[in-house]
Design a protein around this ligand. Sequence first.
Ligand code: C2O
Ligand code: CU
Length: 510
Amino acid sequence: MSESKIDREPTRLSRGTFLRFVGSGVGALALSSCGVPFVGDQGSLPKAPHTEKAGRAREHALEAAPLEFEVGGRKLQTWGYDGGVPGPEIRVTEGDSLRAKLLNHLPADTTIHWHGLPVPNAMDGVPHITQPPIKSGEDFTYQFVVPTAGTYVYHSHVGLQLDRGLYGPLIVEPKKEELDYDREYVLLLDDWLDGISGTPEDTLDMLQNRGGSMGRGMMGGMGSGMMGGGRGQRGPGPSGAVDYPLYLINGRAPDDPEMLDIRRGEKARLRLINPSGETVFRFAVGGHKLTVTHSDGQSVEPVEVDVVRIGPGERYDVIVEASNPGVWQIAAAPEGKNGLARAILRYEESSQSSPPPTNFRPQELSGRFLSYGELRTTGDETFPADGLFGGPDRTLDLTLSGGMGNYVWTIDGQAYPDADPIEVSKGEWVRFHLTNQTMMAHPMHLHGHFFQLQNGTGKGPFKDTVLVEPHMGEATFDFVTDNPGDWFFHCHIIYHMESGMARVLSYEGR
Ligand code: C2O
Ligand code: CU
């Protein structure tokens, strides 16, 4: 990797002062407009948890175990939490002290990762990096003060377990809700193969060993295939190479969709979560616009669109205004793949009783897409433009490469675990600049921090996962190293993560 330590021009404020401002939520805009530094209240800049401020105690027990999952007219064997897919909703309030005991009744090691939440390193659930894996028959209690409100997801971080049913919604309510809505629905979008076309491990094995040359019929009677193998209808799309047999919303196939009831005049908040193994979804609601209010749990200036494109690991909150009575398709279309996940929006005053056909694609799906360039953080807290304060302390240019041939995916030519850690220091302003040389989009996820996406507005959104587009697509983001430890940084396409596209970001401190 190339790394530049930039020599900074003298500025009015010391670096330490500036970083304290960022950390304490004093807006850079305020600083640059009045020129007089001042220390304000704790603002809303997402930052590392302060464990000393423990609030209400909340206990949860979760059991990871094999289970029978009825879906799409089949009964299949998979692994999940508390007997179902998705796992139970964990809903807490920011500042709560969460104690979650995980009982491992799987025939394998496991862990839980609290995706998106900047928890203390030891609670982050990455096997061998932040904790020893939890052995079969053993348990582990995760305990932390919930640092910030938003829409998150918890999931296993061992191997390919995420592509089974080992995930569930983690909703953190703010102490005081500012958004105006009447109802709330949490929608988890998933791609499903476990128990239908083998296991996730079979899938990785085929990708790694036969991926490049797999022909039609290689998957035999398993009903699906990679790279057009099973169905032979299409090759790898822009977002994925695994052609899943089923796409689910909240663990339900299109023939048995979840019903979202609503009344005319109401506002529904939809919390969209993509815990899928390998699929970018395009999400739309027939007959309705979506007003995006949060990306990866963090609030943004509202923006109205028809379609939200959501990569693995990403979350969006949207408001749907109920102004168009009827029975409407809520569609999540897997990008570059066949099939559809769906739910139904049903007005209580509608006399229409039959839902749209399972595979119905509402015209909104080809409407206006949300782009990263439209997202603006609502807070004053932003990283200043380059030049002010001399720019980042450290800029890392990282190239994403790899491909379907030998199925090795790399960051700067190195395939994890054969990869150097990214060493930084505590209290730095770090910038990552990612360039994607591959033919697939990669949802790159950083543990333990929110980063601010540089999107040309100077007010880019705070996120923890960014989809880097294929064919030399780029992404740049900034963060402050305010949560010491060893943090995983990886592609959230689980087959890429397991094939090398990962690094450890490491720094010490207390
Ligand atoms: Cu959602 Cu490293 O994970
Ligand atoms: Cu990837």
